[in-house]
Design a protein around this ligand. Sequence first.
Ligand SMILES: [Zn+2]
Length: 300
Amino acid sequence: MTKTFSRKVVLRCFFSALFSIAVITANTWSVFGQCSSCPVAKANDPNATNQLAFPPGDVYVDIDVRIQGTDEARQIIAGIGSWNQRNQANGSGVNFIIGPPPQTGTYNVLHATNTTLTNPNGSVNHTTVARTVPNRFDNATSTLNDATIYFNTGGALADPDHPDTSGPYYDPTQSGYDSIFQKETEHETGHDMGLSDVDPTCQQSGQSVMNHAIVPGCPNDNCGAKPLTVSQCDSDAVSTVPNYQPQPNGGGNPPPTYGGNYDSGGGGGGCTDYYWVWYESYDGGQTWYETGQVDYAGCW
Ligand SMILES: [Zn+2]
């Protein structure tokens, strides 16, 4: 299994022989109020309710027998195939296998089926196109082992604000019905690969499969909020998911660093030398490594 890291986070610690201050990280974009049209790892989303992601390795895709052989199944398989293609280069190591798992043994499984989602009060949920429900998982390690994608074919409406006049969201009489299940498979599988939704106020049409798709007047996402296949920016975001990083030190903050003998040699100049020490992280800031680069900051 080859791991590649297309996105690393760099941090520099400002220190003298006595103290270190000033931490700058590239993955704290939300702190600075930036708006991204690409998804982020759930681990970097303060609003995420969990950080679950399938572990590296095989995941069986178990399509409901009532769907098998239909065009919907073709689309699900195409959506899974799009992730498999991206996963060859994003370092996740996740490999989806179409078909139910072997009958003996324990395997990672992603199920897919149609349903009518309901709200907590029992009413039909008109606003959720699809949902992933984790069945077997370990929150301590953020490991997802078994989940089900529910396509809300019985409940989602094209215009949920006007339920009395709206047609269904999954509408076989409208354009886009030949791709909406592929797009939703890619979106929900993205969650199962550790991604958050793109902020709806920041999303750009066609940029990410993690875009929000319900736009009034656009059943089957036939206005193109979501691309047909997993995008580069989706795949780049997966590269930042903690589950897919090497963690030889078990996580933690950057190691304490001391200035050592960075003496300017001036002797008696009456000032103290300061230096920038550079760190890098491949897991969104959980684990840090010294790059070996040290830059002189000045003497005062
Ligand atoms: Zn979502």
